[in-house]
Design a protein around this ligand. Structure first.
Ligand code: B1N
Length: 836
């Protein structure tokens, strides 16, 4: 370290003075009080829980910043290869509980806040979720940065600082989804550090002038703005290392326009361009759905350009030749959203660093790797060429050149195969023309991966088949998704975590989740099963209390809690679930009082948002809510069946739901859900899998053992044929599934609101039934019947299966996923800050 000459002693004493020990309760209390009286400018006696939360969060932040600084200077000194994870979504949730747990200071903070007159739980509940994501993809990024920090990998995340996260979902009296803004920054965000000095210029629109006898061009004019950095430190577990998520906020360039001053136009000279202010205002609320909006392309470019400038500035300090760039940095693209960064690196190398096109391409294609998250055609990004040309004219030129060279190689290998050229072209010809971002991502990357075994196979066999032939098998790989066991077990299920730690005799499972399998033999012990079962009951009661309080629905904690918690989407088939619920309801109504006694009680829990423009998904919410209203108040039903739709699903609600579930409902049409991650979280917390043979369900069932799971439905390789028949050789619904036809009749009778409201939803099944709801309905009912038999017949066996499931989830730790990326793709190694 370099200190101001002669002043080392003062500095070191001052630094020491700010240290608090991990278990120094009074020291922690001191830092909290200091923040109350200084940062918050309040008096110690004049405190509410919000202020107590803020002061506590600031105290924790001090600890994080210290580690952040140590990590940064250690990595600067060591100059290792670094990994940068580019994600347009970061679904973080709350940070306080997670931070104190990862720091190993939860007990200390609990004690300190008690001594200051506050209950730590209450403080935790004051925090707003950072909800800068839609669903699985954004939450995956958050789990991965937690694992990167925990594995002490030198890496950062890059994203956008939206002023508004995912919308707040409310329900009208008639069950319609209403959307309200999520002004999550209205209260100050204690977890971010504004770096107003870290800002990069970003250009949009403008003109391009070629430079004679070179590959270069000059891009000028148009609109300029600034991207300003905000950092969120992410502490690792049981390491001093602290990672960082750097989020960009758009800001107008402060136009000190002397001309307008001179013209006496003071106001115009200070006025911020409103177009610029819009760029980072709001997260696009679509999951698995592409929408070709100009503003979204502006978001993508601002984020990519700023992040790349930041990364290259760091590299330039090493004073190495550009050819060594790929030895020092790797950029992982979370889906195609950051694909423009490929053209941006080319532009900077060619136009600003004077490197030839060919040399630049050699460098560029060694830097990037691309993760695909979906095979759904409606989710694949393709930008209209005209939009691109207007907003990013130089980048379009570069993309054309990339495509030209690429197609030449294809033509050389497959002469006279024009179909192939048209299929593979990065530019889709037609009116209008489009840029196919996935193809650009494949051509510009050294590795492409899917997110579960089946998904990666499907990519290679279907949408990227031509590219496998061209690039070779090795260009493609699989990295099955994972989840962080810190948030998704330690934090959300403290009792089960304590049982595991006690039974294993150590906390090592938190950084080595494979150790969980050493507990599988405990499933045979009655005492352990009892302990496990009591914890599940406690978690169910905790959830039941929340639901009673918030929704006024009384649940029977002895019923099967079946959770389907995820974005609303036709391919995820919340329809299949609600139709089966109606079927169950009709069966209960038909049964004699004596027969009803033999029926197993179920509680079906739904939560999830629909994209605001997704009409059918919103209708499904309406149906679920209205079925709940009828069923939950029917005297014949009693507590044999409850249907709950929990509004405004979020990471922090998931943390309460997941530990309370007995059954994990994962019922997408085979071949549609790339991986799923709530399936992993639920299994880890001891829910049994009721699912289709899709995404990561397959690997979960393999690891837990099929005996532990309830799998059903058409397999992926049958789906195409069934779908074809549904469309071209249709049979009446009555024939495909008489049970479902009866359910539809009941809905159409007006049992759940005016006859006719659900017609367009039912029509998707009557006609085409693209997602095979009718075809899988019978086998879904059969699978539920097996659940009934086990629940009613052998509760000990149920618990045994739950224990085996939970303890078999070691492979689904995001530590495993991230280590796979590090070894197989990134080529980066752990750089652990020494413990002193
Ligand atoms: O990514 C998750 C997977 O577990 C899910 O199966 C998958 O559906 C999800 C455009 C997406 N795929 N594509 C998206 C999100 C936002 C957007 O604007 C697409 N999300 C997924 C993690 O791998």
């Amino acid at each position: 370290e370099e200190w101001p000459v002669g002043q080392e002693a003062t500095w070191k004493t001052a630094l020491k003075a700010n240290d608090v020990d991990e278990d120094d309760v009074q020291g922690v209390a001191n830092t909290i009080v200091r923040h109350v009286t200084t940062s918050l400018a309040r008096q110690a006696g004049n405190m509410d829980t919000i202020a107590a939360y803020q002061a506590t969060a600031l105290s924790v932040r001090d600890q994080l910043i210290k580690r952040w600084n140590e990590t940064t200077s250690y990595h600067t000194a060591r100059a290792p290869k670094r990994i940068y994870y580019f994600s347009i979504e970061w679904l973080i949730g709350r940070s306080l509980d997670n931070a104190v747990l990862n720091l190993g200071m939860k007990n200390t903070y609990e004690d300190a806040s008690r001594k200051l007159g506050f209950n730590f739980e209450d403080l935790l509940n004051e925090e707003r979720d950072a909800a800068l994501g839609n669903g699985g993809l954004g939450r995956l990024a958050a789990c991965y940065i937690d694992s990167m920090a925990t594995l002490s990998l030198p890496g950062w995340g890059y994203g956008l600082r939206y002023n508004y996260g995912i919308f707040k979902q409310m329900l009208s009296k008639t069950g319609e989804q209403l959307e309200a803004p999520d002004p999550w920054l209205d209260r100050e965000n204690p977890w971010e550090i504004a770096r107003l000095d870290v800002a990069y210029p970003i250009r949009f629109y403008g003109n391009v002038e070629p430079v004679a006898n070179s590959d270069k061009a000059v891009w000028s004019g148009g609109m300029e703005c600034l991207a300003v950095a905000y950092d969120t430190p992410i502490p690792g577990y049981a390491t001093k290392n602290c990672a960082n998520i750097r989020l960009w906020s758009a800001k107008p360039v402060q136009g000190f326009d002397l001309n307008s001053f001179n013209a006496g136009n003071y106001e115009a000279s200070v006025h911020a361009s409103s177009e610029v202010g819009n760029i980072t205002q709001v997260l696009y609320p679509n999951d698995n759905m592409y929408q070709g909006k100009l503003l979204r392309l502006q978001q993508q470019y601002l984020w990519c350009s700023a992040s790349l400038q930041d990364i290259l500035r760091r590299f330039t300090k090493l004073e190495l030749p550009w050819t060594q760039l790929p030895d020092y940095i790797c950029i992982q693209m979370n889906d195609t959203h950051p694909t423009i960064v490929i053209a941006e690196l080319m532009r900077i190398l060619i136009d600003e660093e004077d490197i030839s096109y060919d040399q630049a391409w050699k460098i560029t294609t060694k830097v990037f790797a691309y993760t695909n998250h979906t095979v759904l055609p409606e989710a694949l990004e393709k930008w209209e060429v005209s939009l691109f040309e207007k907003l990013l004219p130089r980048h379009l030129q570069i993309i054309y050149r990339i495509n030209h060279d690429f197609l030449q190689q294809v033509a050389k290998r497959w002469p006279n195969d024009n179909d192939r050229l048209a299929r593979m072209s990065i530019i889709e010809e037609g009116t209008p023309k489009y840029v196919r971002m996935a193809y650009l991502a494949i051509v510009g990357s050294f590795k492409v991966n899917g997110v579960a075994e089946l998904h990666s196979q499907l990519l290679q066999a279907t949408i990227f088949k031509d590219f496998v032939e061209f690039k070779g098998r090795d260009h493609f790989t699989n990295v099955t998704n994972g989840i962080t066991p810190r948030r998704w077990l330690l934090q959300c299920n403290p009792e089960l975590s304590a049982l595991i730690t006690h039974s294993l005799g150590s906390e090592a499972w938190l950084t080595n989740a494979q150790l969980l399998k050493n507990l599988i033999p405990m499933a045979e012990q009655k005492e352990f099963r009892k302990a496990f079962d009591i914890i599940k009951q406690n978690n169910k009661r905790r959830l039941a209390e929340v639901i009673e309080q918030e929704l006024g629905i009384t649940l029977n904690p002895r019923s099967v809690f079946a959770a389907q918690i995820k974005r609303m989407h036709e391919y995820k088939r919340q329809t299949l679930n609600i139709f089966a619920i109606i079927h169950r309801y009709l069966e209960i109504k038909k049964a004699s009082p004596a027969d009803r006694k033999k029926i197993q009680p179920w509680t079906f829990i739904f939560a999830g948002k629909a994209a605001p423009g997704y009409y059918i998904a919103k209708l499904v919410i309406r149906l679920i809510v209205n079925v709940g209203k009828i069923v939950n108040n029917d005297q014949d039903v009693g507590d044999l069946l409850k249907v709950v739709f929990i509004p405004d699903y979020s990471v922090s609600i998931a943390e309460v739901l997941i530990p309370a579930a007995d059954i994990s409902v994962q019922i997408s049409t085979a071949g549609t859900e790339a991986s799923g991650t709530s399936n992993m979280k639920l299994a880890l917390n001891g829910a049994l899998l009721l699912g289709t043979v899709d995404g990561a369900n397959i690997e979960i069932a393999e690891d837990a053992g099929e005996d532990q799971c309830f799998m059903f439905g058409y397999l992926n390789d049958q789906v195409q044929q069934v779908r074809y028949n549904n469309s071209y050789n249709p049979t009446p619904l009555e024939q495909r599934s008489p049970e479902l036809a009866a359910v539809f009749k009941h809905i159409e009778s007006g049992a759940f609101g005016d006859a006719g409201i659900y017609d367009s939803l039912l029509k998707t099944v009557y006609e085409h039934d693209y997602y095979l709801v009718s075809n899988d309905f019978g086998s879904y009912l059969a699978a539920q019947k097996l659940v009934d038999e086990l629940w009613g017949g052998d509760p000990e066996e149920w618990t045994r299966k739950a224990i085996i499931t939970s303890c078999s989830m070691g492979d689904f730790s995001s530590d495993r996923s991230v280590q796979d990326y590090a070894d197989g793709i990134w080529g980066v190694e752990s750089e652990r800050v020494p413990d002193n």
